[in-house]
Design a protein around this ligand. Structure first.
Ligand SMILES: O=C(O)CCC(=O)c1ccccc1C(=O)O
Ligand SMILES: [Mg+2]
Length: 345
């Protein structure tokens, strides 16, 4: 049960509840082949704190607020039992697309990374074409450029990629004015590709600006950067746009928070980017929280965080997933600094 009266745990309490793990990834994502995370054993559940290493403390503190909600306060009530999930295809060559998609059981929506640094539109075309060929005409395909295109590049790329049929384009351009201009240009040209905002929501001081300025058709929401499930629900309601829940490259523990958000949204019209545990070569829970027949059960998500993790993984010990002493010290220091930034009830 969420409770506004639950006081935030102290920095000492959080450090005592923490273990630091390092997980190898199957494919490079965000330029890394290894994902580090702090797992916190709270009184209600396990929680995850894993802001990307380059984020400053102020931004990382929102990720910690989301972890405190998970472990200490609890999540809003679900309104559905299962959450549909998309496959996520990193910027691999077409030769690896089949192998990536095969790991997502029953997923009929795929998100394809595009505009990767060092690659060209021809690479994106080949990757998206292969996804369409593997999944067939009925599948939904969305692309995610992570802000990598100028508005003109995005117009050209999406006009060409639209030949494969796109559900939407996620963060095609880096900023809100760019997204708004692109949306107008696509409408003028008759190119039917809706625009979704991701970074413009989750890394913004003003997450409602996208909606105010008509810069997107839908919003992508992630629990950790928005400061928790309850905070994300409020942002979606205030935006008044359809929402897609996505992950931030989480372990099964972090993924459960995304499932809790997707389960609690009043409306859910799109598959969610909550299948990315498949990108990790190792995970903290058995079984892993991965889609079965294209969706994740909400009860499975709750059980994942309320039960035991893999043998040897306890607050204070990471078993054979434990990060080395230097990385452990770096993360615990960061945890304590971010904890000091949280409002204390
Ligand atoms: O939405 C998905 O399918 C997976 C999540 C994802 O793509 C992602 C994962 C880590 C960091 C950024 C992003 C992103 O959506 O941009
Ligand atoms: Mg994105």
């Amino acid at each position: 049960m969420p409770s506004a009266a639950t006081p935030a745990p102290s920095p000492e309490e959080l450090v005592a509840a923490a273990t630091v793990v390092s997980l190898p990834m199957r494919v490079r994502f965000r330029g890394v082949l290894e994902r580090e995370a702090v797992l916190l054993h709270g009184p209600l559940a396990w929680a995850e704190f894993a802001p990307f290493p380059e984020y400053a403390d102020e931004e990382a503190a929102r990720w910690l607020a989301a972890a405190v909600e998970a472990g200490w306060a609890g999540w809003p009530e679900p309104v559905r039992d299962r959450v549909p999930v998309n496959a996520t295809v990193p910027a691999v060559g077409p030769d690896r697309v089949g192998e990536v998609l095969a790991r997502y059981d029953g997923c009929t929506t795929a998100k394809v990374k595009v505009a990767e640094r060092g690659q060209e539109l021809a690479d994106d075309m080949a990757r998206v074409a292969e996804v369409r060929a593997v999944l067939g005409p009925a599948a939904r395909i969305r692309v995610d450029a992570n802000g990598g295109w100028t508005p003109d590049q995005a117009r050209e790329a999406l006009t060409r990629l639209s030949a494969y049929g796109l559900e939407y384009a996620e963060q095609p351009c880096a900023d809100v004015p760019g997204l708004a201009r692109l949306r107008r240009d696509l409408a003028r040209d008759g190119v039917d590709v809706p625009v979704a905002a991701d970074e413009s929501i989750r890394r913004s001081e003003d997450p409602l600006r996208v909606a105010r300025e008509g810069a997107a058709d839908l919003v992508v929401v992630k629990v950790p950067p928005l400061g928790g499930v309850a905070a994300a629900l409020r942002i979606v309601a205030d935006c008044g746009l359809p929402a897609v829940v996505s992950s931030a490259l989480d372990t099964s523990v972090g993924m459960a928070a995304g499932v809790a958000l997707a389960a609690a949204l009043p409306a859910l019209e799109h598959a969610c980017g909550l299948g990315t545990v498949e990108l990790l070569a190792r995970d903290v829970a058995t079984p892993s929280l991965v889609p079965v027949a294209g969706s994740i059960s909400v009860a499975d998500a709750l059980q994942t965080v309320r039960g035991d993790l893999v043998p040897g993984l306890t607050a204070g010990g990471g078993g054979d997933l434990a990060a080395g002493p230097e990385r452990r010290a770096w993360w615990l220091d960061r945890l304590a600094r971010c904890a000091a930034l949280l409002p204390r009830a």
